[in-house]
Design a protein around this ligand. Structure first.
Ligand code: FES
Length: 156
């Protein structure tokens, strides 16, 4: 972890120390600082909050909001909630994993795309829905997904 980042992480730990239920807000703060929870932060967090490293690591890996490595240039979220599932999102998800050669919560080898699941993007009647960054797309078929990925990856 670079020195400046470590100093910011230590400051975040200091500001959360003693707060009830500090771990989750602290992890969010550190992810905002570093773009992920760097491995080197785990022992600092554990010491700062008087927890074991395993406890800290367990929370990081339990909640999909947290990542141990920085995200790619773009985050693509595929809705896997019930209404989108009924409209074909699981087939789209399988296609995406194959097309990107990466699993959910992973980043493509070229660092361009991080694939994540979403659980309702708020447009259930026009699924399957995906989001690329903050922009949402409805009725996404596998071929439309491929076209969106070609544009997305070409734009970086
Ligand atoms: S279930 Fe996918 S947008 Fe609501």
């Amino acid at each position: 972890m670079p020195d400046a980042q470590q100093a910011a992480v230590e400051a975040a730990i200091a500001s959360h120390r003693g707060m009830p239920g500090a771990l989750l807000p602290l992890l969010h703060a550190i992810q905002d600082i570093a773009g992920c929870i760097p491995e080197g932060a785990v022992p600092l967090i554990a010491d700062g909050l008087n927890l074991s490293r395993a406890e800290v690591h367990g929370v990081i890996t339990y909640y999909h909001d947290f990542r141990l490595h920085p995200a790619g240039a773009r985050t693509v979220r595929i809705c896997r909630a019930e209404a989108c599932q009924a409209r074909g999102s699981e087939a789209l998800a399988a296609h995406a994993v194959n097309a990107l050669s990466c699993n959910f919560h992973e980043t493509t080898a070229d660092g361009q795309v991080t694939l994540e699941a979403a659980y309702c993007l708020g447009h259930c009647s026009v699924g399957p829905n995906i989001a690329i960054g903050q922009r949402q797309y409805a009725r996404v078929t596998p071929s439309r997904f491929d076209a969106l990925m070609a544009t997305t990856r070409g734009a970086s």
